[in-house]
Design a protein around this ligand. Structure first.
Ligand SMILES: *[C@@H]1O[C@H](CO)[C@@H](O)[C@H](O)[C@H]1NC(C)=O
Length: 269
């Protein structure tokens, strides 16, 4: 493979990707600490490096899934919705917008629309989790240049806390949020269509799946690691597919199976 030209590599992407797949037992768990299948020049990112990746994903992505739990029907008589009686206690994950507007703390900002199911469930006492994943550039290409199962994703478990009008103003929250979501100007707090308010998800726990378990960290990341990531670290970090410079680049070569294939980045073909 190392003698092929960059052009011919493009035909082999599915092949090189599939040859980079780890043994199935490591797809969703960490391997024993020594693994003869992995070249010694590669190493699994540390918990702190994984926290930096997570914070960069929060910074670059803007759409995630909010998971909440339906209240028992007796505790939430709804006049606006004919909800089946038997969904009480069932989890529901729904797409929503978030934005990295409080980078000092890493608490995502969310625009909570009062009539949206996720926020109705929270108002009825449900806990809430925000799940997100990294979509590298060109991830829409088919066949896929890399296995999505090899890419980082994580869930933030926490509590919603309302931002006061003054706090949102002082923090430039609306300007920040609209930069990520220009269409959201139509439902900012005070709009005529829907009642809405600014909330932050105060992160309490973080579950991280960095990719395949033989080459990425999988597990809980202490919340202090998440909060302690500096903006400089977030700026310097490059996620899989962003660039191949630095330690993440080598890690990416391993994930994408391009290390021995060619010096040309797969993403630029
Ligand atoms: C929310 O999560 C906490 C643990 O973080 C748990 O003690 C509590 O029972 C949960 N609340 C509901 C309504 O499930």
């Amino acid at each position: 493979m190392r003698f092929l030209t960059a052009a011919s590599i493009s035909l082999l992407i599915p092949l090189s990707t599939s040859t980079s797949l780890p043994p199935p037992q490591y797809l969703f768990s960490n391997p024993p600490t020594t693994n003869d299948n992995i070249p010694s020049t590669y190493r699994i990112p540390t918990v702190h490096e994984s926290a930096i990746q997570a914070r960069r994903i929060l910074h670059l992505e803007s759409i995630g899934t909010l998971s909440t739990i339906f209240p028992s029907s007796s505790s939430n008589p709804s006049t606006l919705e004919t909800r089946p009686e038997d969904v009480g206690g069932a989890p529901i994950g729904l797409m929503d917008y978030f934005a990295d507007c409080e980078p000092g703390s890493g608490n995502p900002t969310i625009l909570a629309i009062s009539i949206a199911t996720s926020f109705k469930n929270v108002a009825s006492g449900s806990n809430i989790t925000l799940s997100l994943r990294w979509h590298p550039p060109f991830s829409h290409i088919r066949p896929r240049p890399v296995s999505p199962a090899s890419l980082p994703r994580f869930s933030l478990i926490g509590q919603l806390q309302e931002l006061s009008i003054e706090e949102a103003k002082a923090g430039g929250v609306a300007e920040c949020f609209v930069k990520y979501h220009p269409d959201a100007v139509a439902w900012l707090p005070g709009n005529k269509i829907h009642e809405s308010k600014w909330v932050r998800l105060v992160v309490e726990e973080l579950y991280w799946i960095g990719g395949f378990g033989d080459r990425a960290y999988i597990g809980w990341i202490p919340v202090d690691e998440w909060k302690g990531v500096t903006q400089e670290e977030v700026e310097k970090c490059r996620l899989p597919g962003e660039s191949r410079k630095g330690w993440m680049g080598e890690w990416w070569d391993m994930v994408a199976g391009t290390a021995s294939a060619d010096k040309h980045p797969v993403w630029e073909l």
